[in-house]
Design a protein around this ligand. Structure first.
Ligand code: ADP
Length: 229
């Protein structure tokens, strides 16, 4: 069995005299090439789970691993480097810059990293091709649909060739058809690029029958959440 990325992870916050438990002994594993959907009601711990997996929050207890390496106690610099090199984030909305074309949004990621090479521009073009935006890569966000903008956000998250892709409610701002297409794309990219992909979603209708789904209820992991086919 591969090492579990989250092993018995607990996160608690001070709440007056007592504690609020955001996660309680949560263990899960996302193997390369696997997409795992996490669902659960508001307040169940989904954001906390993403924050821990994204090395933005150190858990109160348990172990966090990235590609088999124990990173639970990694210092701030190591965490920042790992986030840049090994983790991609896709948000509910892609927060694109209005003045930049789709291609420039991606090239900017490399520039911020001090990389002005042709290779990174080619990489950005290839990624936009892969997410189906080859024909519109020189358009600005205002000329793109919501689904296309989300695709730019996904391609941007892949600029650093991450091993782990963390996705927060990627379809909540889209209609059903576009939402299904986005999850299909995430599934394809996960397989092609051998990513470990964790998708937090309320939108179970966008998943396919074969998708792995776990639930969170009051910070506990539930292997067979309600409402999943
Ligand atoms: P979800 O994303 O599923 O809505 P969260 O992970 O945001 O759930 O929150 C899980 C629980 O932890 C909630 O009870 C929330 O109030 C609590 N919580 C989250 N972050 C904090 C924090 N920084 N301080 C105190 N309590 C928090």
């Amino acid at each position: 069995m591969p090492a579990r990325e989250l092993d018995q992870v607990t996160v608690r916050f001070r709440d007056g005299d007592g504690w609020t438990f955001a996660l309680r002994e949560v263990s899960l594993c996302v193997a390369p090439g696997e997409l795992l959907a996490v669902t659960g009601p508001s307040g169940s711990g989904k954001s906390t789970l993403l924050a821990v997996a994204g090395l933005l929050l150190t858990p109160t207890g348990g172990t966090v691993r990235l590609a088999g390496r124990d990173v639970t106690a990694a210092g701030a610099k190591v965490r920042t480097d790992l986030r840049r090199d090994d983790i991609g984030f896709v948000f509910q909305r892609p927060h694109l810059l209005g003045s930049l074309t789709a291609l420039e949004q991606l090239v900017m990621v490399a520039r911020l990293d001090g990389d002005r090479s042709r290779v990174s521009r080619q990489h950005a073009e290839d990624l936009l091709d892969q997410v189906g935006l080859g024909a519109v890569m020189h358009k600005r966000p205002s000329a793109l649909s919501g689904g296309q903008q989300q695709r730019v956000g996904i391609a941007r998250a892949l600029m650093g060739d991450p091993k782990l892709l963390l996705v927060d409610e990627p379809t909540s701002a889209l209609d059903h058809e576009r939402g299904v297409a986005i999850v299909d794309l995430l599934r394809t990219l996960t397989e092609q690029r051998q990513l470990g992909t964790l998708v937090v979603t309320h939108d179970l209708g966008t998943l396919a029958p074969g998708d792995a789904v776990v639930g969170l209820v009051d910070g506990r992991l539930v292997r067979q959440p309600a409402g999943v086919h």
